[in-house]
Design a protein around this ligand. Sequence first.
Ligand code: ATP
Ligand code: MG
Length: 418
Amino acid sequence: MINIMKGTKDLLPQESYKWDKIESEIREVARLFNLKKIATPTFEHTELFLRGVGDTTDIVNKEMYTFEDKGGRSVTLKPEGTAGVVRSFIENGLSQLPMPLKMYYETPVFRYERPQAGRLREHHQFGVEIYGADSPEQDVEVMMIARSLFARLGITSPELHINSIGCPTCRKGYNEALKKYFASKEEELCPTCRERLQKNALRILDCKEEKCALIAANAPSVLDYLCEDCRTHHEGVKNLLDKAEIPYSVDDRIVRGLDYYTKTVFEFVVTDIGAKSTVCGGGRYNNLVEQIGGKPCPAVGFGMGIERLVLTMAAVGASFGEVPSPDLFLANIGAADEAFLLTQKLRAQGINAECDTMRRSLKAQMKLADKLAAKYTAVIGESELQQGKLKVKQMSDGSEEEVALSSLVNYINQKKKA
Ligand code: ATP
Ligand code: MG
C-alpha cells in the first residue's frame, strides 16, 4: 500500500461539491468585479521566487519545493501565486491592456511546512491581482472583493486587520529603529530571529515563537515612521473604509510573510477554526514588477486559502448548496439498452438522467436510485416501450404519474420549475 504524502490531501468525490460551490461563487465575484482569469504554470525557474518572494522570508529559506530537472535547471513548485503572474505580466506585455488590469487565479501552492489542521504542504489559493492603479480606492476594492466572496459563502465573521509597512524610503528609518530595539533584546530572541536581526529585522515581527512575539509587541511602530506619501495613502485607505462602513482595525504588527509588500497590507482573520486563523492575506506591491525586470507598475492583491474557507464554512454551519443528484433515474426490466439510449437522449436535452450500467436486478436498481437521491424514478420494460408511456415516481412523497415517453423532458422540466 502506498500512502498519500504528509501534508497533502485528496479531494474526494463525495466532498467535491463543496469546492464546486466555492469555485462558482468565485466566478460570480469575478464577474461582478470585472476580474479576468489568469493561469500560470505550477513550476517556474527558482530564480523567480528568490527575486520575487525575497530571500529573507521563511517561504524561500525553509519552505520551497526546489529540485533540479533532467536538464539541470533549478525548478521550484510555486510557493505563492503572485510571482508567476508578475512574470507573465512582463513577458506577455500585459501593460498594453487597459489599466487597471484586474485578474484572478486559482492555483495549488506548495510549501514545506509542519502539517497541522489548516496547514498543508499543498494547498489551494484564490488570488486577486490588480495592476496599474496606485490609489487607496484600489486597495479598498481588493478588500471588498474578499468581503464579497465571504458574504456569498455565508462567512460573516472575518475581521479585517490593516497596516501600512511603508516604502523603501520610510522603511530605512524604521529598520534602524527596529534593529536598535531588537539588538537590546538579542539574547532573548530565537536563533532564527537573531539571524533576521542581521538580514531583515522586519521579519522578526512575523515570528511565530511566543517569546519573540512578546518582545515584538513592544517594538517601535511602523506607523510612526511613514513618509508623507505612505501616510497619506494609509489615511486614504482608512477614510474610504470608514465611508464604505467596512469595519476594520489597524494592527501595526502585521508585516506578512513575503518581502514584496509596500504601503498597505491586510489580513482577514477568523476565530472559528481553532486559534486565530488568517483566511486571506494581501496588500500592495508597487516595486515587484520592476524587481522582476519590468517597467515600474503599481499592483495590489491578495491570496485566500480555499481549504481554510472550507473549514470555516463547516465551522460556522454555512451552506455548501445542494448535494447534486439525478433528476431522473431510469430503471429497466429487461430493457437495458433502451433505458441506456433514452438516458442519453434525456441528457442531450438538459435533464440530469441516470441509469444502471452494471446489469443490476430491478430491486438493486431502485436501491441505487435511492442512494443517489434521484428526485424521480421510472421503470422501463416491454410494456412501457409498447405503450410509449411510463410511470414516473416522485421520490420525496412516493406519488406517481403516467407520462408519455414523448413528453418526459417537458414533464421533468415543469416539475423542476414548480
Ligand atoms: P500563515 O500566517 O497562516 O502561515 P501566510 O501568511 O503564510 O499564512 P499567505 O502566504 O498570505 O499566508 O497565503 C494566503 C492564504 O493562503 C492564507 O491566508 C491561508 O488562508 C492560506 N495558506 C497559507 N499557507 C497555507 C498552508 N500551509 N495550508 C493551507 N492554507 C494556507
Ligand atoms: Mg505561512
